[in-house]
Design a protein around this ligand. Structure first.
Ligand code: 5AD
Length: 349
């Protein structure tokens, strides 16, 4: 096992059956070792700074019906909301005043979020705050739409691939969605010039070790600049409501592997990890993550953006809690890095 980790550190990849062995047979000692190596790799590139991204959940409406997600269309008890233009600008003001320099506009696939409307928001944020980065996380859209929003000033896009294995992908998603379109969207985003994020949940129903290896190999091929990985957490009003949450340890292992494969990637310590475990965020950072995403959504709407139950959205998960976050980070020898933290392609490390 140690030898496999050693090779992964040196070569930044392994063969399929070696990845499989590492994931299937990782014991606690190996996990400690790989986490140490991935932290060292992240520190070589990023020092002890952790980037912060302000998350603005702009709409909880969604036309999709994904088996795992509480915002799925057929969840009739979900409370829906959509922020208006002024509310979004207000969130940015609050975030900017708190020192944040990246805003992530995230939402369900809501047909009301038209290109015109988004373009205006992006344009306004860009002009009021010329020094911020604007990230979008709004699901699948056409090439033309992605291009238009890029031209308006958005430079990063998060679109998790969710499952590299097509069979698993089809089980988790409605018939209206296709694996090939998902991948095409990710490739379009990269081609247009977005810093692009991919990722998947750990421990979702039907996911095997081989599926995780497929995820690793797909991301190795596409080379996203950002990679989001968190444990699956059930939501009672979904078909996976009775399925157990993903394992924290397995999530940390995958985070570590991904860090070793992608030394310069921007990898968040996700809210899902912080929701499942009191020191989840810390453990994510101590497995190679280098980003946290405090919630900037107006507190009155936050609970409604329930992709899973009991989603952490207060304390150091929220923008009001940046001081708490700083303290938490200080305790493990880190600090908040308030810079934009763009992905730099000319880095050699
Ligand atoms: N548990 C954990 N993560 C989830 N996501 C959606 N539903 C859940 C859930 N029940 C993740 C998906 C999506 C991201 C925004 O949140 O991977 O891409």
């Amino acid at each position: 096992m140690r030898d496999l980790v050693h090779r992964l550190v040196g070569e930044r990849t392994l063969k399929r059956d070696e990845f499989r062995a590492l994931i299937a047979s990782c014991d606690s000692q190996t996990l400690e070792y790989i986490r140490k190596e991935s932290v060292r790799t992240a520190q070589e590139r990023f020092g002890h700074g952790i980037f912060v991204r302000g998350l603005i959940e702009i709409s909880s409406f969604c036309r999709n019906d994904c088996a795992y997600c509480g915002l799925r269309r057929s969840n009739r008890s979900a409370e829906r909301y959509r922020l208006n233009h002024e509310q979004i600008i207000e969130c940015c003001k609050e975030g900017y005043d708190a020192g944040l320099r990246t805003f992530v506009l995230q939402g369900g696939e809501d047909a009301s979020l038209t290109d015109e409307w988004l373009e205006q928001i992006i344009y306004d944020i860009r002009h009021i705050y010329p020094d911020v980065a604007i990230t979008l996380s709004l699901g699948e859209r056409s090439y033309a739409s992605y291009k238009r929003l890029y031209d308006a000033g958005a430079t990063r896009y998060l679109l998790r691939h969710e499952a590299a294995n097509e069979e698993l992908y089809l089980k988790l998603h409605p018939q209206t969605m296709s694996h090939s379109n998902r991948i095409a969207c990710i490739e379009n985003l990269k081609e247009i010039g977005y810093q692009t994020g991919m990722g998947m949940m750990i421990g979702v129903k039907g996911q095997s070790v081989d599926d995780l290896v497929d995820d690793l190999l797909l991301m190795e091929r596409i080379r996203p600049q950002m990679i989001g990985i968190g444990p699956f957490i059930p939501h009672r009003n979904t078909p996976l409501g009775d399925y157990p949450a993903g394992s924290v340890e397995l999530t940390l292992l995958l985070l570590s592997i991904v860090r070793l494969m992608h030394p310069t990637a921007l990898i968040p310590s996700t809210t899902a990890l912080a929701t499942l475990s009191a020191d989840g965020r810390r453990m994510g950072i101590l497995s190679g993550a280098n980003v946290v995403m405090p919630n900037l959504t107006p507190p009155s709407e936050r609970k409604k953006y329930a992709i899973y139950e009991d989603k952490a959205s207060s304390g150091s998960e929220a923008v009001e809690g940046l001081k708490v976050l700083e303290q938490e980070l200080n305790e493990i020898g880190y600090h908040i890095d308030y810079s934009r933290g763009d992905y730099k392609t000319n880095d050699t490390l």
